[in-house]
Design a protein around this ligand. Structure first.
Ligand SMILES: *Cc1c(COP(=O)(O)O)cnc(C)c1O
Length: 372
C-alpha cells in the first residue's frame, strides 16, 4: 500500500536532540528555539516569532491576543480544521462561518463582507493547501471596519501572496509543524506577531503570563505575573528537531515540488470522469503542500477512492463542514454554505511526502488515467 503520508527525518534531527541532552537547557526558549525564531524572522521578515507546542496553541494565542469579549464575533471559514474555530470559541466569541469561493476552498472577500456587523472583531483566513487568500482585498475590508486579521497559515510555510510571505500580512498568524505539514517536528507550531503593539503581550502570554522575557533581557530585575497566559512554548528537544528540518527547507520544498509537478504533468488535460484539477490564482505561489482533485459528486469520489485503495494507493478527503457539525449545528445561523459542502463532498488528496518515489508516482498516475 502506498500511504497518504509518511513523516520524514532529514538527517540531523537525532544529533541536534543529542546536543540538547548534553547541554544545560532542555526546557523552552534555548539555543534551538532562538535559531528557529531567527530563521523565520530573517528569511520572511516576520516581526516576532514564538514557537508553540502546536498550530492549535498558536491559534489560541492569536485568539487571546485579540482581546475578545463575550458576544464579539469572529468570521471563520467553515471548510477548515476545527482549531481555527475552537481557539476563538474558547475566548467566548461567537463564530460566524463563511463559505469558500468558487475557484478553491479559500474564503473570499465577497463571502466575508455580508457577515460583518457591529459585533465583528476578527477575520480568520485559512490559506488552504498553502495557496494564498486574496489578502489585499481582505486587509482593505478589515481596515475599513477596524478588524483584526488572523492568518491560519498552518499549511502555508514558504508560500507567497504577490511576493509577500504568507503569515506576514495579517496582524497575527499561526503556523503548524504537525507531522502532516511540509516542515514538521511531530507536534509543533509557531505564532507570528506582525502588529508591533501586540509583541510584548504575546511574549508574556507565551511564558505563562510572566515577564520572564524582559527579565532575561535585563529590562527588569525580577519577573512576575503580569497577564493571562499558558505554557505555550515547546521544549528544546522539539526545537532541535524543527531546526534540522528548517536547515533542509530548500531540499524538502524541492522534493515536494518535483512530486506535485509530476502529478500535474501526467494528469492535467488527460483526466476524465468529470474530475477536475484546481488552478492557482495569479497572485499566489504554490508551496506544494497538497495535491488535490475534485470529483463530480460524493458518490463519484467514494468510488474513485475505493478504486485506488483496492489498487494499493491510499488517498484521503479533507474537512467536514464545521457549520453543520454535531457540535455547531444548533449554534450556526442557518445559512447554507454550498461551496464548503461541495469541497467536503468532492475533494480528494493524493499521497505527497518526501520519500514518494518516481515509480510510485507513475503507478498512481497510471491508475488514475486508466480509471473508468
Ligand atoms: C494542521 C492545521 C491546524 C492545526 O495545527 P496543529 O499543529 O495540528 O495543532 C490548524 N489549521 C489548519 C488549517 C491546519 O491545516
Amino acid at each position: 500500500m502506498i500511504p497518504f503520508n509518511k513523516p520524514y527525518c532529514s538527517g540531523r534531527e537525532l544529533s541536534y536532540i543529542q546536543e540538547v541532552c548534553h547541554s544545560d537547557t532542555m526546557s523552552g526558549n534555548g539555543t534551538f528555539t532562538k535559531l528557529c525564531h531567527g530563521f523565520f524572522e530573517k528569511r520572511y521578515g516576520f516581526k516576532k516569532c514564538l514557537l508553540c507546542t502546536s498550530g492549535t496553541d498558536a491559534l489560541e494565542m492569536c485568539a487571546m491576543l485579540c482581546g475578545l469579549k463575550p458576544g464579539d464575533e469572529v468570521i471563520v471559514p467553515s471548510y477548515t480544521f476545527v482549531s481555527s474555530a475552537i481557539a476563538f470559541l474558547r475566548e467566548g466569541a461567537y463564530v460566524r462561518f463563511a463559505d469558500s469561493g468558487n475557484e478553491n476552498p479559500n474564503i473570499t472577500v465577497d463571502n466575508i463582507r455580508p457577515l460583518i456587523n457591529e459585533k465583528t472583531k476578527v477575520i480568520v483566513v485559512v490559506h488552504y493547501a498553502g495557496v494564498a487568500c486574496d489578502m489585499d482585498a481582505i486587509m482593505q475590508l478589515a481596515n475599513e471596519h477596524n478588524l483584526i486579521v488572523v492568518e491560519d497559515a498552518a499549511q502555508a510555510v514558504d508560500s507567497y501572496y504577490k511576493g509577500r510571505p504568507l503569515g506576514g500580512i495579517g496582524h497575527l498568524a499561526a503556523f503548524s509543524f504537525h507531522e502532516t505539514k511540509n516542515i514538521s517536528c511531530g507536534e509543533g507550531g509557531m505564532l507570528v506577531v506582525n502588529d508591533e503593539r501586540l509583541v510584548s503581550r504575546a511574549e508574556i502570554m507565551w511564558e505563562k503570563g510572566t515577564n520572564r522575557a524582559e527579565f532575561y533581557r535585563g529590562m527588569v530585575n525580577k519577573y512576575g505575573w503580569c497577564d493571562m497566559g499558558s505554557s505555550f512554548l515547546p521544549s528544546e528537544l522539539n526545537a532541535a528537531f524543527l531546526w534540522a528540518q528548517l536547515e533542509q527547507l530548500e531540499d524538502i520544498q524541492g522534493k515536494r515540488k518535483h512530486i506535485w509537478e509530476s502529478y500535474d504533468k501526467a494528469l492535467r488535460g488527460n483526466i476524465g470522469n468529470g474530475i477536475t484539477l484546481p488552478t492557482l490564482p495569479e497572485y499566489a505561489t504554490n508551496n506544494y503542500h497538497i495535491y488535490y482533485m475534485l470529483c463530480p459528486s460524493l458518490k463519484a469520489r467514494t468510488a474513485f477512492m475505493n478504486y485506488l485503495k483496492n489498487n494499493g494507493v491510499q488517498t484521503t478527503f479533507h474537512y467536514l463542514p464545521l457549520h453543520s457539525s454535531k457540535y455547531y449545528l444548533d449554534k450556526h445561523d442557518g445559512r447554507e454554505l454550498p461551496n464548503c459542502d461541495r469541497y467536503a463532498d468532492t475533494l480528494v488528496r493524493l499521497p505527497l511526502y518526501y520519500e514518494l518515489t518516481d515509480e510510485e508516482i507513475r503507478k498512481i498516475t497510471k491508475l488514475i488515467l486508466n480509471y473508468k
